[in-house]
Design a protein. Structure first.
Length: 332
């Protein structure tokens, strides 16, 4: 995809276009933003722009040999790495192999481009190994790190990359893209409200009954603000054996909490313009009446800790949810 065809990321695209036009593309970029908002498309668009041999005035033709191979994922000078299926970390050997490939001059194109997806998943040895490439870049070689959690990267890695932020997509854009890809308009409208601006999230929701997951979220949030947390503790016990569903519930809980945070931070705005608040007006009215910005910040920390504990540290799901509730309630 050409950079200019990426939807609703005007600031990010403008930053990349300026660097390309000036001929001053940094050797390493860090693309930060939620999953499914265009980071990987932008990385591929950058690779096209750096390698296209048929475009006029710095444009991309999409028809030359370089363009066609990059689009097909077969270009020897443009490659993507990330977590191996079933693994939570990117090991050092994958990073070392990437560095070896980058050290070899471009074989067919004008530039070598390596994209690291979920860069925050690098193990500490892998991240330290990457520093050599970041500190001693080879001319004509470029790195693009993609992450939704920049804070999980080593500060030394972050500081050696140019940061480009990608924003959540507006619900209308998510719905529009879903329809273009074959979804029914009515389903696309519903799903876009839950997607938190992420096409990846939206696609994962297509065809699902989200009712039980929403009930779980509301039980947890109710337990966090009411005198006793019984509903949340019961929900934690019911979810304890389904790790994948627990992580999905935590993601949706974070979306609800971020919506509350926006409403509290913009008291003068119309809360019904927010997609989740519009669909669940009664629970949101209850939450916003009981919470303040300090408490919501505590909720965000608690959810992040629970997710990290389950996903990265194999923490027992029930214990992680129970600890999250206690943190939300200010008991930890």
């Amino acid at each position: 995809m050409k950079l200019e065809e990426i939807r609703a990321q005007d600031a990010a695209v403008a930053t990349l276009r300026r660097a390309l036009t000036a001929g001053k593309v940094p050797h390493a970029y860090l693309f930060v933003g939620p999953g499914g908002v265009g980071k990987k498309l932008a990385a591929r668009g950058l690779a096209l722009a750096l390698n296209c041999s048929g475009g006029a005035d710095g444009g991309v033709c999409l028809s030359c040999t370089d363009c066609r191979k990059i689009i097909a994922g077969t270009h020897p000078d443009v490659f993507e790495i990330g977590r191996v299926e079933g693994k939570t970390r990117i090991p050092i050997d994958i990073i070392r192999d990437m560095e070896r490939r980058l050290s070899i001059p471009a074989h067919e194109g004008r530039a070598k481009v390596a994209v690291i997806d979920d860069a925050d998943a690098m193990s500490e040895p892998a991240a330290n190994a990457l520093l050599k490439t970041l500190e001693e870049p080879r001319a004509g070689s470029y790195l693009v790190l993609l992450t939704s959690r920049a804070s999980s990267l080593l500060p030394t890695v972050r500081s050696r990359c140019q940061l480009v932020r990608f924003r959540p997509l507006p619900p209308s854009v998510v719905a529009e893209l879903l329809v273009e890809q074959g979804a029914r308009a009515d389903e696309a409208e519903i799903v876009s409200a839950f997607a938190a601006g992420s096409m990846a999230q939206a696609k994962s929701y297509l065809g699902e009954d989200l009712g039980p997951r929403v009930e779980a979220v509301l039980d947890l949030l109710k337990a966090a603000v009411e005198p006793t947390p019984l509903s949340g503790l019961a929900r934690a016990e019911a979810l304890r054996r389904d790790r994948v569903e627990v992580l999905a519930v935590l993601d949706l809980t974070m979306q609800f909490v971020e919506e509350v945070l926006f409403i509290l931070a913009h008291q003068g705005s119309d809360r019904l313009s927010r997609p989740l608040a519009k669909r669940f007006s009664a629970p949101f009215s209850e939450l916003t009446s009981r919470l303040d910005l300090q408490k919501v910040a505590r909720f965000v920390t608690a959810i992040e800790e629970a997710r990290t504990g389950i996903e990265r540290n194999n923490m027992n799901s029930q214990l992680a949810l129970e600890r999250m509730l206690m943190t939300m309630r200010g008991r930890v």
